[in-house]
Design a protein around this ligand. Structure first.
Ligand code: ZN
Length: 276
């Protein structure tokens, strides 16, 4: 497989979630309001739900929410606080505002197009920034994601510049952030462009797709004992062999050989939040 296109894989990655959604997803999709109670992220990023979610307002200092009609701007208060802080710092650094796409549904759970985003601790933030003013309604409601990767292989320097590197670094340096998923081409670019202080790169994790947005994942909050953390990342900058692996044929082969995802039973505590 020579013409390995990471961007194409983004779509393939989203597909296994669809059959499972038909079994388990409707209650999560139908619920238009959060489950009452103190905030609790319950379960795992890719199998869980959230109680007491709060909404990121549709606009604020340094951010705009995309496609608000999807009602996916809900998250744990720690997630919303992290996004507010990210937006504040990115605006200070670049003079521009963040475009925030999906966080979670009001009660979390499986959502079309995502394997995770289920516990209110994941958020997609576009690499494209917007001027600090009223958001173009076309961009808000229908805007397609601009890829930062040309031909699936190289960083697109007509779109990627110091602003994108700054937002990635600012996000990685937020203490609440556990890791950030980006396309391997973007990780490679961050490795190239980072200066002497490379600690933040450890949190930037290569993954399929993710060429037009960064997927920001925060740690399990202190108030959520039933939140299951992800295994810790290696402490090094991840710019060596682990990154080189992504530029072999192996990731494509592994992805192609993977069968349809079997969704595990959701945590029992989530069943009470599921709206029938
Ligand atoms: Zn995501």
């Amino acid at each position: 497989m020579t013409a390995f296109r990471f961007a194409t894989l983004a779509l393939a990655l989203a597909l296994p979630a669809l059959p499972a959604l038909a079994q388990h997803g409707n209650g999560w999709t139908v619920a238009s309001t959060p489950a009452a109670g103190a905030a609790r992220a319950i379960g795992y990023y890719a199998n869980g739900c959230i109680r007491g979610a709060v909404a990121l307002p549709l606009e604020g200092p340094g951010w705009r929410v995309l496609r608000p009609q999807r009602n996916r701007n809900w998250g744990h208060p720690d997630m919303v606080a992290a996004l507010r802080e990210l937006a504040r710092r990115v605006r200070a650094a670049t003079g521009k505002v963040l475009l925030v796409a999906d966080i979670a549904q009001p009660r979390g759970g499986p959502a079309t197009g995502h394997a995770s985003h289920q516990v209110g601790l994941d958020a997609d933030v576009r690499f494209q920034l917007a001027p600090d003013g009223p958001l173009d309604p076309v961009l808000r409601d229908e805007g397609t994601e601009l890829t930062m990767v040309a031909d699936g292989k190289e960083i697109d320097r007509t779109r990627w510049n110091g602003d994108q590197l700054a937002m990635l670094r600012i996000a990685a340096e937020l203490p609440a952030v556990d890791r950030i998923f980006v396309n391997p081409v973007i990780k490679r670019e961050a490795c190239r462009a980072a200066g002497g202080d490379r600690r933040w790169l450890a949190k930037v994790v290569p993954w399929y797709g993710h060429d037009g947005h960064m997927h920001v994942r925060i740690r399990c909050p202190a108030d959520s004992p039933d939140c299951r953390p992800q295994d810790p990342l290696p402490a090094d900058d991840g710019c060596g062999a682990a990154l080189a692996w992504w530029f072999t044929s192996e990731p494509f082969r592994q992805h192609a050989s993977r069968g349809p995802a079997k969704r595990p039973e959701p945590p029992a505590a989530c069943l009470a939040l599921w709206r029938r």
